[in-house]
Design a protein around this ligand. Structure first.
Ligand code: CMC
Length: 429
């Protein structure tokens, strides 16, 4: 007999089905609760709410596990490319060599952006944050690349997916070059995805960019580690907005906006700003840890804590090792890395952080790595967006083909005024 949970409301007992995932996680299915009992559930911030059933990413917050389509991220970080990982997430399995070639060719085919889009960049106010620019550009893609009625839905989706993955990278690099008043560097069919991006970012007519395979690998790994994280804030935004059946560009644009926030993808920029603040104040992290512990202070240690992980974020050791490797290769040291290591050491031995299960998260070291690669600070969240894009796409795609698809429309408990009468302005005193 199928397992059920029993709920007693106003003396009447209801049996609610229990859903079990492939790794044994359990959920109580409350989809008929309102109809049967007149009650809704209340869960601010959705910390206890499963919003969907998904076969894409598995994470276990107690033991720090993260797998894409069953494959541990440690293995992907060691062996895969970002393009392979994107294919895996979106299509469900690793590509054969022929599928990989076709997918890479498709990305090359769609790597250019319409020349008219330059006008957007040029007229965007100077100093605008690149995440705002990126979300506008992605939304605008729909107008530049409208649907073609002769294509099947599947063909249209495949082309849109390739366009997004390829053009997001081109748009990001273009925005950087234009923001500096420099010439736009076009993508090249001769270069792989990450090498292409680095070249578009840093090549210059007066100083050709020297593509270093270790830097390319560091970028591959960073993007792989960001590629999906199940129902996080931006992915939920993509699914939520997508549930209204908007086009994929609009749903991804919403995801970029959600990711921008400092509690989510904007944290990688906020971490570096915090480490810089510690450096500028003499280099001692202790007062900052003290502030983070203080209930009367809103300050939080950026790059620490996670809604799901109650232990080390499994992406952290990989990024940390990559930082060490890259800085050693360049014979460089980064004072912010030294402060980060010191901060981690103190915080992870501090009773407040231990009691609250607060450990460094992905954003704590990704910023140091991006700095070592040469990415400017305000582009850090953009790098997160490029990495997360395959995850957003795969989650969106899964949702639109889900037979249980529904418009996302949560309810609320209203605590405002009871009915009252309108008072004409002259009588309001
Ligand atoms: N520094 C100090 N205290 C913290 C921190 C922190 N970074 N994070 C959580 N806490 C405390 C919080 O004050 C609360 O304490 P108490 O129970 O005594 O009131 C407790 O831990 C639980 O906090 P919460 O805000 O209810 O937990 P949450 O699961 O909603 O928050 C979080 C998750 C990521 C928003 C939060 O840990 C945070 O703000 N971290 C800093 C920002 C950051 O690094 N974000 C990146 C997240 S990982 C990558 C990504 O998603 O993009």
């Amino acid at each position: 007999m199928a397992e059920t949970a029993k709920l007693t409301v106003e003396g009447k007992t209801y049996e609610l089905p229990i859903v079990t995932g492939s790794e044994g996680e359990k959920a109580i299915d409350i989809s008929k609760l309102l109809k049967e009992t007149g009650y809704i559930t209340l869960d601010q911030g959705y910390a206890n709410t499963g919003s969907c059933i998904s076969a894409i990413t598995y994470m276990n917050g107690s033991n720090g596990t993260l797998r894409y389509r069953g494959i541990p991220i440690e293995q992907l970080a060691q062996h895969a490319t970002f393009v392979e990982t994107a294919y895996l997430l979106i299509n469900g399995d690793l590509p054969s060599s022929c599928e990989l070639t076709n997918f890479s060719d498709l990305l090359n085919t769609h790597s250019l952006v319409h020349e008219d889009m330059r006008a957007f960049f040029e007229k965007y106010p100077r100093g605008a944050h690149p995440m705002g620019i990126l979300s506008s550009m992605v939304n605008a893609l729909m107008a530049f690349y409208p649907e073609v009625p002769e294509r099947t839905e599947e063909e249209e989706i495949n082309i849109t997916v390739a366009r997004l993955i390829s053009k997001l990278r081109t748009l990001a690099a273009m925005s950087y070059q234009i923001s500096r008043g420099h010439r736009v560097i076009y993508p090249s069919h001769q270069l792989g995805y990450c090498a292409n991006f680095l070249n578009m970012m840093f090549d210059s007519p007066v100083r050709p960019y020297d593509i270093d395979p270790d830097v390319v690998r560091a970028l591959e790994v960073t993007l792989i580690l960001h590629a999906d994280h199940e129902q996080n804030c931006s992915t939920s935004a993509v699914r939520h907005v997508g549930s209204a059946r908007v086009n994929l560009y609009a749903a991804i644009s919403a995801g970029i906006c959600a990711l921008w926030g400092p509690l989510h993808g904007g944290a990688n920029q906020a971490v570096i700003e915090m480490l810089q603040q510690i450096y500028d104040s003499g280099g001692d992290p202790a007062p900052f840890i003290g502030r983070a512990r203080d209930k009367n202070d809103t300050f939080r240690l950026m790059g620490f804590g996670h809604r799901v992980y109650r232990t080390y974020d499994p992406r952290v050791p990989i990024l940390k090792e990559m930082c060490d490797k890259l800085l050693t290769k360049f014979g460089a040291s980064d004072p912010l890395l030294d402060i980060a290591l010191n901060l981690e050491e103190i915080a992870t031995h501090d009773p407040y952080f231990i009691d609250h299960n607060l450990y460094p998260n992905v954003d704590f070291y990704s910023g140091i790595l991006l700095r070592a690669i040469g990415i400017p600070l305000n582009m850090f969240p953009v790098m997160f967006a490029i990495g997360r894009l395959p995850g957003w796409i795969s989650q969106w795609r899964e949702s639109i083909y889900d037979p249980g698809w529904k418009l996302c429309r949560p309810r609320q408990i209203y605590t405002g005024h009871k009915e009252r009468n309108y008072i004409p302005v002259a009588d309001r005193g």
